[in-house]
Design a protein around this ligand. Sequence first.
Ligand SMILES: Cc1cc2nc3c(=O)[nH]c(=O)nc-3n(C[C@H](O)[C@H](O)[C@H](O)COP(=O)(O)OP(=O)(O)OC[C@H]3O[C@@H](n4cnc5c(N)ncnc54)[C@H](O)[C@@H]3O)c2cc1C
Length: 537
Amino acid sequence: MSSNATTYDTDVVIIGYGPSGVASALNLGEDGVSCIALEKDRDLYQRARAVTVNDWTMRCFQSLGLDEDLIKDMDETEALRWVRYDGTEIFGLTFPPGRYGHPTSYAIYQPLMEATLREAAKKHESVDVRYGAEVVDVTQDADGVTVSYCEQGVEGGEITKIRAKYALACDGGSSRTRTQLEIPLTGDTLGVRWVVIDAFVRRWWPNRHILTFWSDKQRPVVDIALARGNHRWEIPLNDHEQESDFATNEDVWPLLEALGVSHDDIEIHQHAFYRHHIRAADRWRDGRIFLLGDAGHMMPPWAGAGMQSGIRDAFNITWKLREVLAGRLPDEVLDTYEAERRPNVAFFTDVAINLGKIIKQELTEEEQAALAPKPGEEPQLPPLLWPPMLAAGWARGNLAPGHIEGKMVIQPKLANTRGVLAPLDDLLGRGFVLLGDNVDPTEVLTAEEKAGWDKLNARYSAVRAADQATVGEDDLVDLHGELLAWMRGFGARVIAVRPDRFVAASDISGLAVPVAGSAVASPVPAAPTDDPAPVNA
Ligand SMILES: Cc1cc2nc3c(=O)[nH]c(=O)nc-3n(C[C@H](O)[C@H](O)[C@H](O)COP(=O)(O)OP(=O)(O)OC[C@H]3O[C@@H](n4cnc5c(N)ncnc54)[C@H](O)[C@@H]3O)c2cc1C
């Protein structure tokens, strides 16, 4: 072990091995970047907190080859509904088919999902996970970070130091790293305590599979089918109720009985209490240390986006670290982690707050009326389902609605030149790729632009229609014309796609490799008013 500035024990140290930490380790491991993950707990945390993942998150897991393993412990979610106790529906949402290669939404069981992810990380030689390792100190200098840890629960135990080039603080909402860096966690913690009840299903009841928000000022209740025969209720405690009133599983039964649930329906296996936070750290980068997941931001659960945001943080920062560590991109690119992720997290936080108003029946009459579909009008896509997009960051061009730059490329099934059919990403691999509409992208690039993308080991593929013959070895065939229609809808002939599948540049914006500040930022992730409609949908 070393502690001077010139030698390192690892490239990246990951503090905390929850969803954000393991997603970071998996990505670094997949790219052969060395990392040490330190987790204070010896065993996996068994509480099922997050309940859902969507097609963006599944696409991230697909890039690690894990989507099919994970799906075994997931159930596709068909619909959401917000209903009053008298049975009137306030708002309903049937999930449309996903455009990113996966169904739009899945119910999960978080401990099973995390177990699969941890198991998968074991195959990476460059990933070293140390359990029972509680981080007690983090310091940094111009050349690296020194992280000190001790064996959890062993008072006065030996301190081990790790020297790394960068650190990812994935140590959750009460992040010691964030506190040590004196980064304020601005926002609110709401006063209401919720009891979260997890149960095994004993028999099916009507519409159990439809995620239901029982909407009421006094006792709003979340009622969710989780994967693998689990079910969840989240119920707020009223003013006169204390946590101590619900010390045992038996004590929470009256809350469920009031909802018509009986011992014949379920067996409760755990319950816990929590409060909702609407908070974000004032900065997510401090020198060589980055805050990810709950360490950097927390939102109420109504959009099902808390855990997913941490996973997306990991998928954002890790490819940038890979490129910077390899000397292919400058350190400033790491600043775009916060520039890109913060607006997206703020967007989902707003979505969550607004959805929370429905279940708590806090809407104004105007807001309530706006939820109802207008006769004769196409229903609007609710913000929860707006396509992923960058509002700022490592891209070139205009990131506003109607522009292809900053959008996540759709993922239809394509064929390669040898006739193998697969979802787009499986044909592209994990790196940068330039796609041309019936043209080899290298024919459109200047020599300087091509040199820039060559340095990033980009691949170049012409996308041909199914009634055309392929020309180059890396050509792709757009079986149903969906990808070509999507590009043409924005007027783009060539697009440069980042490893996380966002469009970094197009022939409209200019195809030079982006530099920090080369994009025109959009105020927030915005309504997809000009997003071309899917073909064959
Ligand atoms: C009831 C409830 C419902 C939720 N529903 C959803 C949902 O539907 N969808 C969704 O996306 N999110 C949801 N969330 C949020 C989600 O669970 C969290 O956002 C997610 O778990 C955060 O992941 P993380 O890895 O950032 O942090 P955590 O899961 O908190 O993991 C942090 C890890 O760091 C470790 N650690 C902490 N300090 C140290 C230290 N000093 N040294 C070493 N290790 C340390 C901890 O032991 C832990 O393993 C919900 C949360 C709750 C409470």
